[in-house]
Design a binder for this molecule. Structure first.
Ligand code: 5AD
Ligand code: FES
Length: 349
């Protein structure tokens, strides 16, 4: 029996054991529906039927990196670049607070303008606008240990940085020379700075195998990450991977379910990328144990320019409209939206 413990939602987390490596390998061979049911049951026991809401704000699409898969890579000269002003950011967060959001996820490329103390100033603006109660999550790639510490001191609570793939060779190739080791070192620095740690990976990357998927889940577990995002790779026409096959939904949903069973306490979003490749992609991820949704509250004028991949959903809606849409979508699955902060739970491995 993989899942132990009383059946009450939010039961003692310690009573739910994480799947071991051999169990993960076994689970990976299950038919999709069986795997999803196990993962959803684990999510129900730890997280109940709540789906945590986070307001996503895409702060800048300038990026010094040149990842082969990414639509805002430096070499994509067709990307229309933007950067929110401090005033726009503050106004977006204030509107988010009025709507009820208690977590704001600020995401951006590795924008040279945010080097030095640029990101620090942004974190301070965010903290002021959000007030002392709401959580601030940042996602701006690799920084120094010292910078993570300063961000934490400025009021950031959490940091997200996917490792993208656990395959070192594939990582180096797709990230244009950046090693997996460098990425993992940065994740260690995030943790050492006392920030809640989020990471994750893409599924269906070119050159990926079934073993890669298992290794992604095992690496996520080793990291003990408290938040974990999984999304299918979607080829962008203005990148070197334009002709690659994208990831399919089943693989992304399987990965989500395995991640849930490997890390029962982890906050796992039903991702926009999943919703982009299939109209019910996010619902499928919720059924596979995801417990977070991240409506995109970036000002609508900028939203369409943050295109990591083509076809992104909810481009013309404000994130506040999405909340209504999402509440209907989760209700159909016996779930309900929650405005709680949703801090990291102690991770049991
Ligand atoms: N398809 C799907 N996901 C992508 N990301 C970047 N480019 C793509 C793409 N083409 C993901 C990466 C990154 C996150 C913000 O978006 O995993 O960490
Ligand atoms: Fe954005 Fe449905 S979630 S429109």
């Amino acid at each position: 029996q993989l899942i132990r413990g009383p059946g009450t939602p939010q039961a003692s987390i310690a009573s739910i054991s994480a799947a071991s490596e051999s169990e993960i390998r076994e689970l990976a061979r299950l038919p999709l529906e069986e795997l999803k049911a196990l993962a959803r049951a684990a999510a129900d026991r730890v997280h109940g039927n709540k789906v945590l809401l986070r307001g996503l704000i895409e702060v800048t699409n300038h990026c010094a990196m040149d990842c082969l898969y990414c639509g805002i890579r430096r070499s994509n000269t067709r990307a229309v670049r933007y950067r929110l002003s401090h005033e726009e950011l503050a106004a977006t967060i204030a509107a988010g607070r009025r709507a009820g959001f208690m977590t704001f996820v600020l995401q951006g490329g590795e924008d040279p303008a945010l080097a030095g103390d640029g990101l620090l100033r942004l974190a301070e603006t965010a903290r002021t606008a959000a007030g002392p109660e709401a959580a601030i999550t940042l996602s701006f790639g690799i920084r120094s240990r010292r910078q993570y510490e300063e961000l934490k001191a400025a009021g950031a609570d959490r940091y997200l940085m996917r490792f993208e793939t656990a395959d070192p060779e594939l990582h180096r190739y797709l990230r244009n020379g950046l090693s997996l080791e460098q990425r993992l070192k940065a994740l260690e620095d995030v943790r050492a700075a006392g920030l809640q740690l989020g990471s994750g990976f893409m599924t269906g990357l070119p050159g990926e195998t079934g073993e890669t998927l298992i290794n992604n889940v095992l690496l996520a577990q080793r990291l003990g990450m408290e938040m974990g995002g999984v999304g299918p790779f979607i080829p962008h026409p203005e990148t070197p991977l334009r002709d690659a096959a994208g990831g399919d939904l089943e693989r992304a949903v399987r990965a989500t379910a395995l991640l849930r069973l490997a890390l029962p306490a982890c906050h796992i979003p039903a991702t926009t990328a999943a919703g982009t490749i299939h109209p019910e992609g996010r619902e499928q991820m919720l059924e596979a144990g995801a417990n977070v949704l991240m409506p995109n509250i970036t000002p609508v004028v900028h939203k369409k320019h943050y295109l990591l991949y083509p076809g992104k959903i909810c481009i013309d809606e404000s994130g506040f409209q999405c909340v209504g849409c999402l509440s209907v979508r989760v209700m159909g699955r016996g779930l309900r939206l929650s405005w709680e902060r949703g801090d990291a739970l102690p991770v049991v491995t």
